[in-house]
Design a protein. Structure first.
Length: 177
């Protein structure tokens, strides 16, 4: 049986990835292992603290359903969701920073032409909204509706139920079509 110390265990775990054929997965996991092990050493994490963390993640996982994803909420709370978006979609000078897709985002929403009624079939009094989406140089932003940063606060008036009419789509009325 091979024995490890607090430094050699990290390399031993990373070596388990030696036959991994997915270069990106191998890179991400190697970095995750390295940083996680460094964190444990830095804070001198106790067994009790580690078990508490595992129980927390277990409890969060148990509350997940097809309509409620607690681990995404945890990611949001820890700032990881915004960081991932910011790293992958940096804001240009003078433009609005990226944001996470809000609770009203609907993947695969139908592409609707400019001026469509997003509330088709939804009960209630209709409200008309008008606005412009401008780029950093104050010119009209092309394809603005495909960027999460442009899903402005007006989406709160639309249905939060997937599949219901009235959902905001990538072809929102603010789209330059």
């Amino acid at each position: 049986m091979r024995e490890f110390d607090e430094k050699s265990i990290t390399q031993a775990v990373i070596e388990r990835l030696s036959e991994c054929e997915d270069a990106r997965f191998k890179r991400v996991m190697t970095s995750l292992i390295t940083h996680l092990h460094d964190f444990v050493r830095e804070v001198k994490l106790t067994e009790s603290e580690w078990l508490t963390a595992i129980q927390f993640l277990t409890d969060a996982g148990k509350t997940c359903t097809d309509k409620r994803q607690e681990l995404i909420l945890l990611s949001d709370t820890l700032g990881v969701s915004v960081l991932v978006i910011t790293v992958n979609h940096p804001a240009d000078q003078g433009s609005v920073e990226s944001t996470v897709l809000g609770p009203f985002y609907w993947e695969g929403a139908p592409d609707l032409p400019r001026g469509s009624n997003l509330a088709e079939g939804v009960k209630g009094e209709p409200t008309f909204y008008s606005g412009r989406v401008l780029g950093a140089s104050a010119g009209f932003a092309n394809s603005a509706s495909s960027e999460p940063a442009f899903l402005i606060s007006l989406i709160a008036v639309f249905s939060p139920t997937p599949g219901m009419p009235g959902r905001l789509s990538d072809g929102s009325p603010l789209s330059p079509r």
